[in-house]
Design a protein around this ligand. Structure first.
Ligand code: ADP
Ligand code: AMP
Length: 217
């Protein structure tokens, strides 16, 4: 299964990716996670992307595409993968298609988690993420069992630097039109399934599972 999760920042892609990748045994590849890890390691990539991340701007396409190309060449992708946060622009989508053609693994599903912009602001400004495994929580909408601690790995929960109201506004602005264009791009290819991302986390999970299994049948 080669899956793409489309959706604006805060739509719930990371939240849903964890269970989907566990159920289907495929790696969760999130470009945002790759960039943040690179920054933490202070690698050359980390230095190059740091400012974009902080400001909520998109990392240039050429660099992002190279990072994904490298990640998709790893052995763990041989039974498929779930891409979260990539592609985010049409040039990225076109490059992905070419990359997948080369390795003969076309996309099998593109799922769009649709959530209105107004709701995203409150989701993102209340988000907490695990400093170790990256799991996503929300102070009110999806709190951890024990305050400040990840349910999955007991590590500390932190607030992302780009979840401030200012950076969130930039991120939504930066992604709104591009996401719309990608939705149209994949719809035209007849591969897009839209999931109502405003439902509860459990309901969204079930809807995604249905979309994945129905499309397979
Ligand atoms: P993305 O990966 O798309 O940026 P996340 O999965 O990190 O989004 O979710 C953003 C925020 O919204 C988090 O605080 C998360 O706990 C919360 N969230 C995710 N799904 C839902 C949902 N269905 N209902 C309410 N809050 C949600
Ligand atoms: P995310 O974790 O998906 O919210 O992404 C965090 C940040 O990483 C974004 O605000 C961008 O700066 C960068 N980023 C992640 N994915 C991409 C992408 N596909 N193209 C460009 N920049 C990206």
């Amino acid at each position: 299964m080669q899956i793409v999760f489309l959706g604006l920042p805060g739509a719930g892609k990371g939240t849903q990716a964890i269970s989907i990748t566990e159920v289907f045994g495929i790696p969760h590849i999130a470009t945002g996670d790759i960039f943040r890890a690179a920054r933490k390691e202070q690698s050359e990539l980390g230095t190059r992307v740091s400012e974009y991340l902080d400001k909520g701007l998109l990392v240039p396409d050429a660099l992002t595409i190279e990072v994904v190309r490298d990640r998709l060449s790893k052995d763990d992708t041989k039974n498929g993968f779930l891409l979260d946060g990539f592609p985010r622009t049409e040039p990225q989508a076109v490059a992905l298609e070419a990359m997948l053609q080369e390795i003969n693994k076309p996309l099998t599903h593109v799922l769009y988690l649709e959530v209105p912009k107004e709701e995203l602001l409150q989701r993102l400004t209340g988000r907490l993420v695990c400093s170790q495994c990256g799991a996503s929580y929300h102070v009110r909408l999806n709190p951890p069992v024990n305050e400040g601690v990840c349910d999955r790995c007991n590590a500390e929960l932190i607030t992302r630097k780009d979840d401030t109201p200012e950076a969130v506004a930039v991120r939504l602005e930066e992604n709104l039109e591009k996401t719309k264009a990608l939705v149209a791009y994949y719809d035209q290819q007849g591969i897009l399934r839209t999931v109502d991302g405003t439902q509860s986390i459990e309901q969204v999970k079930q809807a995604i599972n249905r979309a994945l299994t129905e499309a397979k049948a």
